[in-house]
Design a protein around this ligand. Structure first.
Ligand SMILES: C[S@@+](CC[C@H](N)C(=O)[O-])C[C@H]1O[C@@H](n2cnc3c(N)ncnc32)[C@H](O)[C@@H]1O
Length: 201
């Protein structure tokens, strides 16, 4: 029997994230989630944001777990995982964007897992492919002007580096990489995280 993957962090942060998404995505219709992970966030958010289509995505080794979470949710606006690996070479170009007419992108806890080049590419791909007026909601830990926001984030970054992950990115470098997206809000979240809200003008 296949055990659904489980993330305690997702359980802890899902309501505070939903509170932001409810406000920011009220007029959005078609959302791509990058790095859906276990699928828990999508399974919680989609039934509570029924005015939009929620498209999950991740590397293909995550798809079975995401599908298992989706199976338990009986809503029409939640979609099976798309294969999307930022930085992977595909037959139709580098990291081919997997979905058309996207007016919202959501990603949680992916930016610090990716290598810096992948994080940069993610910002560029979102900027290139988001519809005008669209928003990008990017949740996770970030640095401000080269400074950690907490000692626990400093320790976490050390741990990420030991694991071979890219590490916590600075908001200043994300801002450069994201152009022409504009950072319109930096929302403080529990546990030293932030929700960055980017908009394509
Ligand atoms: C720490 S998990 C976060 C999962 C989920 N969003 C959450 O908040 O629990 C990081 C996710 O990013 C995905 N990921 C890492 N590198 C990626 C890349 N280059 N392209 C797309 N997804 C990537 C991983 O497969 C994993 O699901």
């Amino acid at each position: 029997m296949f055990d659904k993957p489980f993330s305690q962090a997702c359980e802890n942060n899902k309501q505070s994230i939903l509170d932001v998404l409810n406000r920011v995505l009220s007029d959005k219709k078609n959302l791509l989630e990058i790095g859906s992970g276990t699928g828990q966030h999508a399974a919680y958010f989609a039934p509570r944001l029924t005015h939009l289509e929620w498209h999950t995505s991740d590397m293909s080794d995550k798809h079975l777990g995401i599908a298992a979470w989706l199976e338990d949710v009986e809503v029409d606006n939640l979609h099976q995982p798309l294969s999307f690996t930022i930085g992977a070479i595909s037959v139709i170009g580098n990291s081919a964007w997997p979905l058309a007419n996207v007016d919202a992108v959501y990603t949680a806890n992916t930016t610090h897992i990716m290598q810096p080049s992948e994080a940069q590419l993610m910002m560029q791909l979102v900027a290139d492919n988001l519809l005008d007026g669209g928003v990008f909601c990017q949740y996770g830990p970030y640095n401000f002007q080269g400074q950690y926001t907490s000692e626990s984030n400093r320790a976490f970054d050390q741990h990420l580096s030991e694991q071979g992950c890219g590490g916590i990115r600075d908001i200043d470098e994300l801002t450069l990489w994201a152009k022409p997206l504009a950072l319109i809000e930096t929302v403080p979240m529990p546990a030293n995280n932030f929700m960055l809200i980017w908009q394509k003008e």
